[in-house]
Design a protein around this ligand. Structure first.
Ligand SMILES: Nc1nc2c(ncn2[C@@H]2O[C@H](COP(=O)(O)OP(=O)(O)OP(=O)(O)O)[C@@H](O)[C@H]2O)c(=O)[nH]1
Ligand SMILES: [Mg+2]
Length: 537
């Protein structure tokens, strides 16, 4: 069946969580139930197992963690789904945050044995600030979990949001047999399948169905049934508008690894999440039904497919209609460009796309002009809001130990900078022949080294630098400092443990080894203002 190209049937969302809660596993199971794959792969793939579609990068397969967000576009029912699986690790959170600018909803996965974890809290905060509605999946119910009532309570208290259980787990750990669907007042009992590779067979019936009740005799299961009977109201109280307004999070219990509750989550997510939402721009709010074409780049990734060593810019379409070979204006350069080579993406696989609408994410292949945050449109007045940058907290010098290999080394590094994996800073006064790299977390340096090796065949050496705090600066009432202006006027007084640098947009920054150095610098330079965000002219 082909899906009509209209925004109303588009759903664009991210799966987010603290590391290891099961995002990639859940993504894989969505694909299994969506009919995109026949056999679900595993995150920690052994030799006899398939790897998942979303952890396609070599380093992800080796480590069993997600490093970079992955787009999986597929059709399910009468919807075209643009799903983004994100990495949970804090060191890669800038990528996750960029993805959150491009989606209309998030599925937040929680390990039900652990509850709300630090990264869950941070991501939740970002979603709330951006007004992104959240659907919660309480995963790993096949292992001993915290009592479901406690989990609900914690969600409400810690995140400050009302939690509405859409289903209720029946039993926990080995006794976890299924869920009670509160929308349809039904028990759903599941069978485990080998390795969770196939859809789990399910038996459905009412809460008084003797055939089902006969299978539920463990204390935890009986207790769950009592809890269900005690919950008042149920399905009819569910208020979908409050979900979209970010007042309520619907909560789904299940187990991604065992395919329990996965289809229920997917079906209800698609039913209750919203079609594409508007985005803010210099020309006001741009709505999906606006006939002018507009979109923005939120991610760049190279070398996804070893057969095509090229670069893909991920564009979220905000309004209008995308057609292959159309001409658009690239606002940042003012140039008119032809969008000749566009792809529908599924992990690292691609297919030519001829047409796309608001909500869709298309991959534009091979255009070197595009950077993260850039606007593509046929109306010059539209410029989308900038994608926020993170203040780096880790610094290191990257050396090229093979001078003869300079070209490949530089090519690789430039690509990784373009993707925003790390940033390169310029040291005032120069004198360093290694590149000073800045990152949110140290794992990003490992990714740089591994990708330089595997994608560019370039060796590298990393020397950690001692700075831990970075601030943008300017002299009060003066124009922003740039490398050129500082070479003329000189730099502020820098005590030991402080270094003046310029970021990748030539804005002046100061790096400090610790809080003490920061305080000392501030006392010595009272005419200077410091900021944790880039200072804009
Ligand atoms: N017991 C159990 N294990 C699960 C379940 N879902 C996922 N896991 C396991 O949890 C581990 C982490 O799963 P992933 O899907 O990689 O988690 P993630 O959230 O994508 O991790 P990052 O992307 O690295 O943050 C893997 O070993 C999974 O097999 C589940 O329902 N039950
Ligand atoms: Mg993952």
């Amino acid at each position: 069946m082909t899906i009509e190209a209209t925004p109303s049937n588009r759903r664009t969302f991210a799966i987010i969580s603290h590391p290891d809660a099961g995002k990639t596993t859940l993504t894989e199971k969505f694909l299994l139930y969506g009919g995109q794959i026949d056999l679900a792969g595993s995150v920690t793939a052994r030799k006899d197992q398939r790897a998942t579609a979303s952890d396609w990068m070599e380093l992800e397969k080796q480590r069993g963690i997600s490093i970079s967000s992955t787009l999986l576009q597929f059709d399910y029912g009468n919807c075209r789904v643009n799903l983004l699986d994100t990495p949970g690790h804090k060191d890669f959170s800038e990528d996750t945050y960029r993805v959150l600018t491009a989606v209309d909803a998030a599925v937040m996965v929680i390990d039900a044995g652990k509850g709300v974890e630090p990264q869950t809290r941070k991501l939740f905060e970002v979603c709330r600030r951006r007004g992104v509605p959240i659907f919660t999946f309480m995963n790993k119910c096949d292992r001993p979990t915290r009592p479901p009532l406690d989990l609900m309570d914690e969600l409400e208290k810690v995140l400050g949001i009302e939690a509405f259980p859409m289903n209720w787990p029946i039993g926990t750990g080995p006794d976890f047999k299924g869920v009670y669907d509160r929308l349809h007042n039904q028990i759903q009992l599941f069978e485990r399948t080998r390795g969770g590779a196939f859809a789990a067979p399910m038996q459905v019936g009412g809460i008084d169905d003797p055939a089902l009740l006969a299978r539920l005799d463990r204390p935890a299961q009986l207790e769950a049934l009592d809890e269900v009977r005690m919950q008042d109201g149920a399905g009819s109280d569910f208020d979908p508008a409050a979900v979209l307004a970010g007042k309520i999070t619907p909560v789904f219990f299940g187990s991604a690894a065992n395919n329990f509750g996965v289809q229920f989550l997917l079906d209800n997510f698609l039913k209750y999440s919203s079609p594409p939402t508007p985005r803010n721009s210099s020309a006001g709010l741009i709505r999906p039904e606006d006939p002018r074409f507009s979109g923005f780049v939120f991610k760049i990734q190279a070398n996804m497919d070893p057969r095509h060593r090229d670069r893909i810019a991920f564009v979220r379409i905000v309004s209008g209609r995308f057609e292959r070979d159309m001409f658009v204006i690239h606002t940042q350069s003012g140039k008119r460009v032809r969008l000749g080579n566009a792809a529908k993406l599924f992990g690292n696989q691609r297919e030519t796309v001829d047409e796309a609408v608001a909500g869709d994410v298309v991959g534009l292949v091979g255009n070197d002009l595009f950077g993260i945050g850039d606007t593509l449109t046929d109306d010059r007045t539209i410029v989308f809001d900038e994608i926020p940058v993170f203040t780096p907290e880790c610094f290191a010098y990257l050396h090229n130990p093979q001078p003869g290999n300079f070209k490949r080394f530089r090519l690789g590094l430039e690509q990784l900078l373009k993707e925003g994996v790390v940033r390169q800073f310029t040291v005032a006064g120069g004198g360093q022949n290694a590149a000073l790299l800045a990152a949110v977390g140290p794992l990003q340096f490992e990714v740089v080294q591994a990708r330089l090796m595997s994608e560019y065949n370039a060796e590298s050496r990393i020397d950690p630098a001692r700075w831990t705090i970075a601030r943008w600066w300017r002299t009060k009432g003066q124009p922003l400092p740039t490398l050129a202006s500082c070479e003329e006027t000189g730099l502020p007084d820098t005590p030991d443990g402080v270094r003046m640098v310029f970021d990748d947009k030539d804005r002046g920054m100061v790096l400090f080894v610790d809080e003490w150095a920061l305080r000392f610098f501030t006392q010595r330079n009272t005419q200077i203002e410091l900021s944790t965000q880039p200072i804009v002219a």
